[in-house]
Design a protein around this ligand. Structure first.
Ligand code: FES
Ligand code: FES
Length: 155
């Protein structure tokens, strides 16, 4: 077993629960959530900042967790898709069929939740512009769009 001499201990509040974990300085937030905390909702896609499947909320802001180091999140709050149980956006995606294979879905859910719940002041072609950072490989954008419209209506 490889020994790492330079582990850092970080404390994160994840979905409202305080979690402490030892990480390597180069560990991304995405890897720590999935591999050390068992939260596999955020998905590794490109791991290059392009697809948005790894999106989580960092405090009030959606971030691509493949681009953030876990040590950068020390002492802060993170919300993953597992923390969105029973929200309007989750309900709307289910009712409107906002997914096909589902790989992109957690990223869309988190990003749309941020728009609807945290930044309702956004105006204009808000859904399309806000969600530019998320890609659906199945090209299921119509269902996603319907779901977000519904979430706005029922929230
Ligand atoms: S996996 Fe993070 S943006 Fe694609
Ligand atoms: S539903 Fe398959 S990638 Fe979006």
């Amino acid at each position: 077993m490889k020994a790492y001499r330079h582990l850092a201990k970080v404390t994160l509040t994840v979905n409202g629960e305080e979690r402490r974990v030892a990480v390597r300085p180069a560990d991304t937030l995405l890897r720590v959530l999935r591999e050390k905390m068992g939260l596999t909702g955020a998905k590794p896609g490109c791991e290059n900042g392009d697809c948005g499947s790894c999106t989580v909320l960092f405090e009030e802001t959606p971030v691509k967790s493949c681009l953030m180091l876990a040590v950068e999140a020390d002492g802060r709050a993170v919300t993953t898709v597992e923390g969105l149980k029973d929200t309007a956006i989750q309900k709307a995606f289910l009712e409107e069929g906002g997914f096909q294979c589902g790989y992109c879905t957690s990223g869309f859910l988190v990003n749309a939740y941020a728009l609807i719940e945290k930044h309702p002041e956004a105006e204009g072609d808000r859904d399309r512009e806000w969600l530019e950072s998320n890609l659906c490989r199945c090209t299921g954008y119509e269902g996603i769009s319907r779901s977000i419209d519904k979430a706005w209506a029922i929230k």
